[in-house]
Design a protein around this ligand. Structure first.
Ligand SMILES: Nc1nc2c(ncn2[C@@H]2O[C@H](COP(=O)(O)OP(=O)(O)OP(=O)(O)O)[C@@H](O)[C@H]2O)c(=O)[nH]1
Ligand SMILES: [Mg+2]
Length: 436
């Protein structure tokens, strides 16, 4: 974290080992069997992925090409693959035909002797043409970041709502790619007539997918209406609604657990949560609010996905307050914050009051000592190590430090100072720090 000032540091030393030699995460979340058969395998052979990114040099507070490739590696492992190498090319603009330059393409081909990859993954959305050209030049399967994320979402989807939305996103991703194939067939087969077998098959595929998309949209609309009904019922209870938002893996579900005791899935994996969950948090009958946990954000999310997940993300529209959960130990913490802010803006949520919560503070050090005491909370508030504008609270969902203060702060938001005496010292300090 570049702007950590003063006495604060990250306790966990940054991983110097390339992140692709780490094993795939093992948790409650199923990792799919990639299913490739080796000659003498006793266990399923993993896909061997080579990662390629373009470093355009203009980061605008976004991730560096290297950070983005590390994240792509995490996505590959989540999807059940293994990263066997990666490279980034500096160039101002991506090549419209092959994303990277032709020299780089040759390098990647040569790299295969070294790393024996079975798959090349590109760190941005490839156009259908780029994907086709690259597949031809490299002679292996080519995926882009969008396809990878869609694949992970598909493996995570458990409920009807999530499955419908993921399927819609996948089909919308697939549609122009079919057209890409068709253009290619057209070029090759054009001379021998325009109704070749390729085209017929393609027309059929497109018609089927088109019809499926229409049906999916209809079904999603029903889900949306159902959700709206549930929200109405909740609103009639008159309880304020707080929604957890943040970068994937920041600890939203863990905080939900810590605040409400809800038994929600919280594991070290990206996109562990797809479906919104709402629980009541309160100190008594009268003073309570509803807390909603939902899908996490990530940079370069496929556009098809965000629009397909409107039904799920509508839960955020009715929130009275957004809790932006930030992973304080992330090496790309600023870029992650910016991504979340941009996504919220895209969803039209800039007017909803937002409170920042820096989580995982048990992974930070103050004056060379692990953050673990109540008084560290006030010290963090005073230090504002991430330079965040507005009010910031600090929590460790794992150790529970700061969780009570957060709960009190939220109750205070909606029920005022009725329980001011019960407010913790840290919450009061937070109030003072923002000049309240
Ligand atoms: N050390 C530490 N780890 C935490 C803390 N909070 C969460 N984690 C870990 O971070 C990982 C992700 O936590 P989740 O709660 O699943 O994160 P999330 O934001 O819900 O993630 P998605 O649903 O995938 O977007 C898990 O391995 C948690 O155990 C914390 O305060 N300290
Ligand atoms: Mg979660």
């Amino acid at each position: 974290m570049s702007n950590h000032q003063g006495a604060l540091s990250i306790a966990r030393t940054p991983d110097k080992t390339p992140d692709w030699v780490l094993p795939a995460p093992n948790g409650d979340v199923p990792v799919r069997d990639p299913g490739r058969r080796g000659a003498h395998r006793t266990a399923p052979q993993q896909e061997r992925a080579y990662l390629v990114g373009v470093d355009q040099g203009t980061h605008d507070g976004g991730m560096t090409a290297e950070e983005s490739l590390l994240e792509l590696g995490q996505l590959v492992r989540t999807a059940g693959g293994r990263v066997v190498g990666s490279s980034a090319q500096h160039r101002r603009h991506v090549d419209p035909a092959t994303y990277v330059g032709s020299g780089k393409v040759e390098e990647i081909v040569a790299e295969r002797k070294e790393s024996d990859y079975s798959l090349v993954v590109f760190d941005d959305a490839l156009s259908p043409t780029q994907q086709f050209n690259l597949e031809k030049a490299l002679g292996v399967k080519v995926l882009d970041r969008s396809a990878l994320i869609l694949d992970i979402f598909a493996s995570r989807a458990r409920t009807r709502e999530a499955s419908l939305q993921v399927e819609l996103a996948q089909h919308e991703y697939l549609m122009p790619r079919l057209r890409g194939q068709w253009e290619h067939l057209d070029r090759l087969d054009g001379a021998i007539g325009s109704r070749g077998p390729g085209e017929t098959q393609l027309e059929t595929d497109r018609r089927l997918i088109g019809a499926r998309i229409v049906r999916l949209k209809k079904q999603i609309k029903q889900v949306q209406q159902q959700r709206a009904l549930q929200r109405n019922r909740r609103q009639r209870q008159g309880l304020p609604v707080v929604a957890l938002v943040g970068y994937t893996n920041a600890g939203k579900s863990s905080l939900m657990r810590a605040l409400s005791g809800a038994d929600v899935l919280a594991v070290d994996a990206v996109f562990a949560t797809l479906d919104p969950v709402t629980r009541r948090v309160g100190s008594g009958e009268a003073e309570a609010f509803l807390l909603t946990d939902t899908v996490g954000f990530m940079q370069k999310l496929p556009t098809q996905l965000l629009s397909a997940f409107r039904a799920t993300l509508e839960e955020l529209q009715t929130a009275d307050l957004l809790l932006h959960v930030i992973d304080g130990t992330s090496h790309a913490v600023e870029a992650q914050q910016r991504t979340v802010e941009a996504t919220l803006a895209e969803l039209g949520l800039t007017d909803t009051p937002t409170l920042s919560v820096v989580n995982k503070i048990d992974g930070l050090e103050l004056d060379g000592r692990t953050v673990e005491r109540e008084e560290d909370l006030a010290a963090l508030v005073a230090l504002n190590p991430l330079g965040i504008d507005g009010e910031v609270l600090y929590t460790s969902a794992t150790t529970g430090l700061g969780v009570d203060a957060l709960r009190r702060r939220l109750l205070y938001e909606f029920f005022g100072a009725t329980s001011a005496a019960a407010m913790g010292a840290s919450a009061m300090a937070a109030e003072e720090a923002r000049g309240a």
